[in-house]
Design a protein around this ligand. Structure first.
Ligand code: NAD
Length: 341
């Protein structure tokens, strides 16, 4: 079966392409390389022994999307990762985010709507919950007003999909990711942020390797046991596997609603200081860090209740925080050597 993975050369998409190929799916990747590089394709083939089909295409170009689906009428499912994801940039340039994250989604759904049957998986985010009142967060926790245009594109994206499935043959799964980290254990693929990393773990590994002087910890006066923010860090390979089981559920027509929503996390919260300690343990070195003021837009605590995904998808995150950090560290060391050549 042929599966389209949009944004398939990006961080989560590339790991999902690997897991899909491992399960025998034929993968076609669309990516415009705006936040990834073509070398990722080689990484995927080194891991799986198979190179996915690839088209360099910008999903904001409606006619290119239409043309793609004319040439690939046999696509059984779409996993849609392609999006712009820098929160700060979305505040400065909201229209870029609405055009890319909403425009591209609409063009894809317009093509899928023409099919007799279509299966669609959407990358959503735990940001839709804002600062939830109760931990761990269940899927029926209220959606809160987005703090950034990026976050808003995830909420609007979910609403668009929920409206479209009602009047079409599209079946969808919306996966609300918590905090994806880590890399493939082979270190053939991983996360490679452009510029200064926005997320904790790439900042930690870049500091560990000496690329950054020290890590800034944004606030130690939050109402948490050690005063730093708490998040649910999920190994990207576990997250990738969740996509495969969600897709299989749709393909086997086991879904009970036209648009099902699942949290994808570990169910365990870790504070920033706990992540630093765990990194120091796995890397065997001290991490230079300083406590600075809070960063605007950061919530205090978010971790998932994953009972629904455990029961319905028969999926559970397998890796520990230490395992995820070990893979991230191995990847950082490998990629710096590659880039230095
Ligand atoms: P990423 O930037 O590594 O991957 C996205 C890929 O999409 C990139 O390779 C980029 O080149 C491509 N792309 C962007 N716009 C495109 C366009 N118009 N046409 C074709 N390709 C395009 O990001 P990621 O971390 O892998 O995230 C994947 C998805 O998961 C995104 O939708 C993101 O919003 C969502 N998400 C990510 C996180 C996270 O922390 N990484 C958390 C929650 C949700």
């Amino acid at each position: 079966m042929k599966i389209l993975v949009t944004g398939g050369l990006g961080f989560i998409g590339s790991h999902t392409a690997v897991e899909l190929q491992n399960q025998g799916f034929d993968v076609v990747i669309i990516d415009d390389l705006s936040n990834s590089s073509i070398e990722v394709l080689e990484g995927i083939s080194r891991i799986t022994g198979k190179t996915p089909a690839f088209e360099k295409l910008d999903l904001r170009e409606k006619s290119a999307v239409q043309d793609f689906f004319k040439r690939h009428a046999d696509i059984s499912g779409v996993i849609h990762f392609a999006a712009s994801k820098a929160v700060g940039e979305s505040v400065e340039n909201p229209l870029l985010y609405y055009e890319n994250n909403i425009g591209s989604l609409v063009y894809l759904l317009q093509e899928l709507e023409k099919k007799n049957e279509a299966n669609f998986i959407f990358s959503s985010s735990c940001t839709v919950y804002g600062q939830a009142g109760k931990m761990p967060i269940t899927e029926d926790a209220p959606i809160q007003e987005a703090v950034s245009p990026y976050g808003n594109t995830k909420q609007i994206g979910e609403e668009i999909i929920k409206d479209v499935v009602k009047v079409s043959n599209i079946n969808a799964v919306l996966l609300r990711y918590f905090n994806p980290i880590g890399a493939h254990p082979s270190a053939e693929i991983g996360e490679l942020p452009i510029g200064v990393p926005q997320n904790l773990v790439p900042f930690i590994t870049q500091t560990g390797i000496g690329l950054r002087e020290e890590l800034s910890v944004f606030g130690d006066d939050y109402p948490t046991p050690d005063g730093t923010c708490i998040r649910d860090y999920i190994h990207v390979v576990d997250l990738a596997k969740a996509h495969v089981v969600a897709l299989q559920r749709l393909l086997q027509k086991k879904n009970t609603e036209k648009a099902e929503v699942f949290n994808v996390g570990t169910g365990k919260g870790s504070s920033v200081l706990e992540v630093i300690k765990a990194f120091e343990k796995v890397s065997g070195q001290k991490l230079p860090y300083k406590i600075v003021g809070r960063r605007s837009g950061d919530i205090t605590v978010a971790y998932a209740n994953t009972n629904k995904a455990n029961a319905v998808l028969n999926w559970k995150a397998q890796s520990t925080l230490e395992e995820a950090l070990t893979s991230a560290w191995k990847w950082e060391q490998k990629i710096r050597k590659v880039l230095a050549k």
